[in-house]
Write a protein that binds this ligand. Structure first.
Ligand SMILES: Cc1cc2nc3c(=O)[nH]c(=O)nc-3n(C[C@H](O)[C@H](O)[C@H](O)COP(=O)(O)OP(=O)(O)OC[C@H]3O[C@@H](n4cnc5c(N)ncnc54)[C@H](O)[C@@H]3O)c2cc1C
Ligand code: FES
Length: 281
């Protein structure tokens, strides 16, 4: 039997984007779509939130997909099959509310396309028609196309430079689908905050209910530190346990965008030190 938190498999999906299966039977047993884990790669590292993309209750593994954007994700990317991560906790967060709907539109951008996979699958499994819109900067960064296709009734693809699918943003595709008369029961979105802000405004304009899976900075992941606080409908909410999903039309997007930039200087300094030290743990 593998040790807990042991890396079982690793796959490079695109430049700087990796998929990892980790042995974590206690988490796999109770994982639900929409939840996430907190990962500490090494003893001196920080805890970072990563979405549960897939899992096997029987075999006891969980799957994450992450983009190397700073020290913690870069450290994580250094682990190879057979090595064990320092600590993984979870599942955290409130699971996605999944029920049979006529039509659900899933919008996902960048590395978060992988995070949309368990949601599209869950809605498909209960008999909903799932229309997925996925987008990336360019074709080489477009991940999980086949996986999303396998759980969707229909898939639309966009890239910023037009190297795959339509040239433009996921929000352009959403706008054109709604303008053509599509009336989904729900638009569910995950991805860059600015993408979700724009998609939320489009859904609101067409009178469609929308839910966004938010990605504020998190430290504890369990409601104790307040790092993840966001304002929804004028009220402070803790995204780590009341979310990460919220009614998109009620989220104060500009405040969330500002809070995400709060530690930029420290993040850049810590990345500089990490790389100057040779980029290893
Ligand atoms: C609930 C939740 C689920 C997430 N799931 C995934 C996932 O499945 N895959 C994945 O790659 N990432 C995911 N993220 C984002 C991930 O946690 C951050 O990218 C990570 O913490 C960055 O740590 P770092 O030390 O490598 O980089 P840092 O040095 O902390 O940051 C580097 C850069 O990334 C930005 N950044 C930091 N935290 C976030 C964040 N929460 N959201 C967006 N940008 C951020 C910073 O502003 C900075 O520009 C999730 C975040 C949340 C809150
Ligand atoms: S991350 Fe600490 S309260 Fe949410």
């Amino acid at each position: 039997m593998a040790n807990s938190y042991r890396v079982l498999r690793k796959r490079i999906l695109a430049s700087g984007i990796k998929e990892m299966d980790i042995y974590a039977p206690r988490i796999a047993r109770v994982a639900m779509p929409g939840q996430f884990i907190m990962v500490m790669a090494d003893e001196g590292g920080e805890r970072i939130p990563l979405t549960l993309v897939d899992w096997s209750k029987v075999e006891g593994w969980i799957r994450i997909v992450f983009q190397e954007v700073g020290v913690s994700t870069m450290k994580l990317g250094l682990f190879e099959p057979g090595e064990s991560l320092y600590y993984v906790s979870g599942p955290h967060g409130t699971p996605t509310h999944v029920s049979k709907l006529n039509t659900v539109v899933i919008v996902a951008g960048g590395v978060a396309i992988a995070a949309a996979y368990p949601i599209a699958k869950a809605f498909r499994d209960v008999g909903s028609r799932v229309i997925s819109i996925i987008g990336a900067k360019n074709s080489s960064l477009l991940i999980y196309e086949e996986e999303i296709k396998s759980v969707s009734t229909e898939i639309h693809i966009s890239t910023d430079d037009g190297s795959r699918g339509i040239r433009g943003f996921t929000s352009d595709v959403l706008e054109s689908l709604l303008a053509s008369g599509l009336k989904p029961d729900l638009v569910w979105m995950v991805g860059p905050t600015i993408m979700m802000k724009v998609c939320s405004a489009i859904a609101k304009r067409y009178g469609v209910r929308a839910v966004a899976s938010l990605n504020p900075i998190m430290v504890c992941g369990m409601g104790m530190c307040g790092a993840c606080r966001i304002r929804v409908d004028g009220r402070i909410r803790f995204a780590c346990f009341e979310g990460p999903e919220f009614d998109a039309s009620s989220v104060e997007w500009d405040e969330l965008i500002l809070r995400l930039q709060m530690y930029r200087e420290e993040e850049q300094l810590s990345l500089k030190r990490f790389l100057e030290g040779g980029g290893h743990i």
